[in-house]
Design a protein around this ligand. Structure first.
Ligand code: GDP
Length: 531
């Protein structure tokens, strides 16, 4: 243990709850699939494939959103690997859905960062990394596609160090790349791992050796490559820090494994690394205090809501990260926001492709709770204590549009649909102080299409999105008198979000600066915590 807390109960200590972050195409889907394969959750690679492909085109994506089953069952996946229980929480890959991604990252204890060996750190990698950094989330790195022509190993490591300002410690070292890629030298275990190109789903061949001087190496690696490997490892030892778990856990160092997800190569070593070095379930912050996983009372927080798993029923599933305790099916939990008791009689655990009833779950696990809209993002469930979990952000949308029902008589239905999406976190919905319409805000343009298509499908309501005079939104808080003065002067820019909080809408950064200058007591923020 790195701190002075007593050891966790074994069931909690063996849990590893993490997400994969990657730039599109780096290999997140492929890696996920191999995790599930080695975790025994699927029999054959290819079963989660459909999801990755579905993202490729806009219409496919919308169709997939409608066939929500796929994305839901893949939202959180639990599987065992050796003595560990892995909870892999999916982050939507499309950059348009980054807000969802950000929230997902509040529900995990670590992230696996996948980079493409030929491309290095890409824009989306950097963005996601920054979010992890905000929370000092431990990051383990997988450099993928080493079976293709990759960059020089030192260059890749340098780029991560420079670009992301984090120490990088090689856990393995690639031998060759592209057509000459033979495998890796496993630095942590002093082993040689050779890749079998013929069988993509097979476990790699591991050759036990006694360090770099072992003559057995020469039987497997051509002389010139072996000389290069020895030289590089020597340099790496001099220039790069050895793996330090404490530095990994506080987010200042990332170990890097090299491999090829599609060839299943390097994946088990990465999984070993997640188990061995990755964090156990961590204490979770609330406005009142930190909740430690070993506390016996069950607590949890909703970080995601997904609707219409079955389009025939208007049900939703709230994804809850358990922060403490040992949950058992049928438990009655206190829903802090409504102060009501909820009997959790049909919680689900997501075991890869299938949903299963969760008979029990422990701190660190993700369970899905079907409900009819009572559970919202940020809500706390406890055994009585009035906790409010903090740190789940809501971001000011970057795109705003007005929305109108095709049939003006259906305005009430539209309002209902919009509020549902706001509660799911799929969009921000603002009601301007002046006028009758609604303004919808999203982070990426594709969300408007998805919303329009869902409103039409689920509410039989054709809608039109239209340009809005505003482009930015800021939440505003402050003392009552100052708020009233500000609101009366800026009426045309004021709206309420779906929680009733005040929002300032504008198209000019200059306006925002002006408010900050003229109303020093007000706080304008681009994020708001959901609790
Ligand atoms: P995602 O967008 O990050 O989920 O990436 P995918 O897993 O869908 O992979 C993107 C593309 O790269 C697909 O065509 C994969 O088959 C391919 N790919 C994934 N891993 C590897 C690998 O290790 N080597 C090679 N050559 N291709 C890979």
């Amino acid at each position: 243990m790195l701190d002075n807390r007593p050891p966790l109960p074994p069931e909690i200590a063996r849990r590893r709850t993490f997400a994969i972050i990657a730039h599109p195409d780096a290999g997140k889907t492929t890696l996920t699939e191999k995790f599930l394969l080695f975790g025994g959750a699927i029999q054959m690679a290819g079963q989660v494939r459909a999801k990755g492909e579905a993202r490729r085109t806009r219409s496919d994506f919308i169709k997939m959103e409608q066939e929500r089953g796929i994305s839901v069952s893949a939202s959180a996946m639990s599987f065992d690997f050796k003595e560990f229980r892995f909870n892999l929480v999916d982050t939507p890959g499309h950059s348009d859905f980054s807000e969802d991604t950000y929230r997902t990252l509040t529900a995990v204890d670590a992230a696996v960062m996948v980079i493409d060996g030929a491309k290095g750190v890409e824009s989306q990698t950097r963005k996601l990394f920054e979010v992890c950094r905000l929370r000092d989330l431990p990051i383990l790195t997988f450099c993928n596609k080493m079976d293709r022509e990759a960059r020089d190993t030192f260059e890749i490591i340098d780029e991560i160090q420079e670009n992301l300002a984090i120490d990088v410690s090689p856990a393995s070292w690639p031998i060759g790349s592209g057509r000459d890629f033979l495998g890796c030298y496993d630095i942590l275990n002093d082993r040689l791992e050779l890749m079998d190109r013929a069988d993509r789903n097979r476990v790699v061949e591991t050759i036990e050796i006694k360090g770099l001087g072992d003559p057995k190496l020469a039987q497997h690696i051509p002389a010139a490559m072996l000389a290069k490997l020895r030289e590089e490892l020597e340099m790496a030892r001099e220039l790069l820090p050895p793996l330090n778990r404490e530095a990994l856990l506080n987010g200042s160092m990332t170990p890097i494994w090299f491999g090829s997800a599609i060839n299943s190569f390097g994946v088990k070593e990465l999984m070993d690394g997640i188990g061995k070095f990755g964090p156990e379930p961590q204490p979770q912050p609330t406005a009142e205090r930190k909740v430690a996983p070993e506390e016996t009372a069950v607590t949890g927080v909703v970080f995601k809501v997904q609707a219409n798993m079955d389009p025939k029923h208007r049900d939703r599933v709230a994804f809850v990260r358990l922060a403490s305790g040992h949950f058992e099916r049928g438990m009655k939990l206190h829903h802090v926001r409504s102060k009501k008791i909820m009997a959790i009689s049909n919680p689900v655990l997501f075991l890869a492709a299938d949903r299963e009833l969760a008979e029990e779950a422990w701190a660190g696990d993700i369970i899905g709770i079907p409900n009819h809209g009572q559970l919202r993002i940020g809500d706390a469930l406890t055994q009585g204590e009035a906790l409010r979990f903090t740190g789940i952000p809501s971001f000011a949308p970057e795109l705003l549009q007005g929305v109108r029902a095709g049939d003006p008589m259906k305005a009430k239905h539209l309002e209902k649909a919009l509020l549902q999406f706001a509660e799911e976190g799929a969009a921000k919905v603002f009601k301007p102080a002046i006028g009758s319409g609604y303004i919808v805000g999203v982070v990426g343009a594709l969300q408007f299409d998805v919303l329009a298509s869902r409103i039409e499908q689920e509410y039989s309501l054709p809608v039109r999105f239209e340009p809005s005079q505003f482009t930015s939104a800021r939440w505003v808080r402050g003392p009552k008198a100052e708020m009233e003065k500000f609101m009366s002067v800026n009426k045309g820019h004021i709206a309420q979000d779906s929680d009733g909080d005040t929002v300032f809408l504008t198209r000019l950064q200059w306006d925002i600066d002006r408010i900050i200058r003229d109303y020093p007591e007000l706080k304008l923020t681009a994020t708001k915590e959901m609790m």
